[in-house]
Design a binder for this molecule. Sequence first.
Ligand code: HBI
Length: 367
Amino acid sequence: MTSSCSALKLLLLSTPVGPLGSGLGGGVELTLTNLSQELRRRGHHLCVAAPAGSVLGDVPVIAIAGQLQPTAHTQGRQTPTVLPDNAVLANMWDYARQVQDDYDLLVNFAYDWLPFYLMPFFRRPVAQFVSMGSLSTTMDAAVCQAAAKFPDSIGVYTRAQAETFPCEANWRILGSAVDLLLYDFCAQPQDYLVWLGRISPEKGLEDAIAAAQRSQKQLKILGKLEDQRYWDQIQQDYPTASVDYLGFLPTAELQFVVRQAQALLMTPRWIEAFGNVAIEALACGVPVIAYRRGGPAEIVQPGKTGWLVAPDSVDGLVEAIARIDHLDRSACRQQAADEYSLEAWGDRFEQWFREILHSDEMTNSAG
Ligand code: HBI
């Protein structure tokens, strides 16, 4: 019997697209890092199963061998789902099958068909954290069928993300969080803008470079260089732009660069499920200038902690950059503290887990 105050035994299953710490997992890496830290702080016991080579601070990681999964966000909507030979995704879930009785709950962070399809095959309940919006018909079907069979078990970052799926469901809106202790407020910025994220077409980096160039501002770029061709094309298209690519940096070094920026530019081409980089910037006191699309549109307080701009409008970005001085850096830090603390976020996850376990017990006791 899982009472409301007992410690939970949780197995968290990571994204199969790259080892934790490689940057290939994008926002999920930060989500897993923060969630593991916060749940352990609350006394829960957890292990994380992830591709070999993963590091997650001092959290016990079970390294799973096998071939990485092709990333979903570069496939077409109709692309058939593939499983490479010796797929790490399949190996992760075979491991989960073997050890499931050692845990109260399994929590999946892979945006892949298999973990959703396998839910009814497991004795222990599986909580599904959906880390992106709708990308393919296969994942839409997997998510919506799981939501129909296990109505309490589907968690998302934001409502905007949930609404991209073609089904009504009892979505659990969990939001996100940052560990404020890792981010230092900066009141007096340097004269540059910053852009954070995987360098990949859906992130729209070229718009940020165009807007910075037209505003005669330097743009510092941080994140995993995921798509070399895309990056090469950008450099050809903007040969004279003042950009400074600093690579994929760990949080301590990332925030040292971000905190001194006048603003963060967010230029997503797709519906960003959340946009963890937005709350990392706010935590440093850095306002966010973002396309009015997806998660960032639910985060930015226009005229106070940032500006929201018509999607794909470089002109809009340039106008917003000209009005950075209207924004309040202290209010940015305050919003991060008020709305995106690990404490509030941990409460939402814990409540979600207990409700899944409660309904699972009810189902089982009903026989
Ligand atoms: N693609 N197939 C697949 N599986 C994932 O878990 C996945 C992905 N692409 C991107 C990704 N995860 C993360 O970077 C985002 O969820 C943040």
